[in-house]
Design a protein. Structure first.
Length: 441
């Protein structure tokens, strides 16, 4: 492997073993207000952020400004011929803290339409990438190219007062949200549809226009985009994409830089990329079993095979939730309404009945229930979007609503630079021996 790599492997292996023993013996000991295990294991359960837009309860699921997903489906305004909420209404709710009227939502839609023009250099930056580039890399490249338009960056360089930081942040956020559907659709048509692009339709709502520019003018697909953009928009502040956007924004990086950083986190397989992993896993199962309608027994056998190989069943489990994700349930209800006989969708439902009991029988799984990613791909495939590598881009477009609304609030409330304290394993050992204190700056 090379001398440096060999030496690193030896050091890392020894350190891994040492830390496992340390946590086994001392994991419950407290450093300040948190346990040693929390310090080493992803800061799980540590309350250290304020996010005004949504709150995730382990048993109730996500609530946006106090409203559950079923309540939003009932109370948020809808398009003239639709039954799903318009995501512009959710953005208004997260930003203002009150349910919007239809007039409020129409106003947001109009504002986004007026600000949706994407400069040509953004497309040029995307076109400079090889066609085999992952769609999320293209997407973040497009966002970074848009940074040239930042009002916040310009205002800060001219000496804007701290109390006014929120205003150019607000302007940047709305422009970015307005332009993301065009960028996403451009990437999709470039990579999968022979570079044949579709111009925006100024008469459509934000999600409906995204569906149009992607090339799907089916009413059901537009409704799916409205639902998808609503339920993926926010999941409180501790998840990777939201926390990263907040963290980078706390350095007063403008919304383009902060959002791009957050979306690089969303592109990870333990976060937003999981939605493509789910559909990939199902396709692989169908191929191995030689059927597009596997029985529950066949599914159970394949699940056990997956687990015995040391892999996870994608789409199952969540860091916080301890019940079926309400976002999964919303998508399941959409499927029952629009595509009850779809083979792939029915396979998702059969997986739902099969996987949790198997995971529960292992005795080690805190949450054997499906999350949002377990269902979304099957709905997209039904309408013909089989390019599962693109799914995380749709997630990213939706997530802009929550993380950018939160970023506006961060600046309005004057939240400071985020700077938690870190320690070394050597300092932890000295602390355990009573030789040193390891908190403080």
């Amino acid at each position: 492997m090379g001398i440096i790599k060999d030496r690193f492997v030896a050091k890392a292996s020894a350190a891994n073993a040492e830390i496992k023993e340390l946590l086994k013996e001392h994991g419950n000991k407290k450093i300040g207000e948190v346990t040693l295990a929390q310090v080493y294991q992803g800061m799980r359960g540590i309350t250290g952020l304020v996010t005004e837009t949504s709150l995730l309860d382990s048993h109730e699921g996500i609530r946006f400004r106090g409203y559950s997903i079923p309540e939003l489906q009932e109370k948020l305004p809808k398009s003239a011929h639709g039954t799903e909420p318009l995501p512009e209404g959710l953005f208004y709710l997260m930003l203002v803290g009150e349910l919007p009227t239809k007039e409020d939502v129409d106003h947001v839609s109009a504002v986004l339409q007026r600000r949706s023009h994407v400069p040509n250099h953004v497309f040029a930056a995307i076109d400079a990438l090889p066609l085999h580039t992952h769609p999320m890399t293209m997407f973040v490249t497009g966002v970074m190219a848009l940074q040239t338009e930042s009002y916040f960056s310009k205002a800060y360089s001219e000496g804007i007062a701290k109390k006014d930081y929120w205003e150019p942040t607000f302007d940047d956020a709305l422009i970015l949200i307005a332009r993301l559907p065009r960028i996403a659709a451009y990437i999709y048509r470039r990579k999968y549809k022979n570079n044949e692009h579709i111009q925006p339709n100024g008469m459509l709502d934000w999600a409906g226009n995204l569906a149009h520019m992607l090339g799907y003018d089916d009413h059901g697909f537009r409704e799916l985009m409205r639902l998808y953009m609503t339920i993926h928009a926010d999941h409180e502040g501790g998840n990777v994409s939201a926390h990263t956007t907040h963290l980078v924004g706390s350095a007063l990086s403008d919304p383009y830089l902060a959002y791009a950083a957050g979306m690089n986190g969303l592109a990870g397989p333990l976060h937003g990329l999981a939605n493509q992993e789910v559909i990939k896993w199902i396709f692989e199962m169908q191929k191995e079993l030689g059927t597009d309608e596997p029985s529950k027994d066949q599914i159970a056998e394949y699940v056990r095979k997956t687990l015995s190989a040391g892999k996870v069943v994608p789409g199952y489990g969540h860091a916080v939730l301890r019940k079926t994700d309400p976002r999964f349930t919303a998508q399941m209800e959409f499927g029952k309404t629009h595509m009850p006989d779809d083979k792939l969708v029915n396979t998702v439902w059969n997986i739902y009945e099969t996987v949790p009991p198997i995971l529960q029988s292992l005795g080690k799984i805190k949450n054997p229930w499906p999350n949002v990613d377990a269902h979304s791909g099957a709905l997209l495939v039904h309408y013909g979007m089989v390019e599962y590598e693109f799914y995380t881009v749709l997630f990213a477009v939706s997530r802009s609503l929550g993380v950018l609304a939160s970023l506006i609030w961060d600046r309005a409330l004057g939240f400071p630079l985020e700077r938690p304290k870190s320690v070394t394993t050597e300092s932890v050992k000295q602390w355990l021996e009573g030789k040193a204190e390891i908190w403080g700056d």
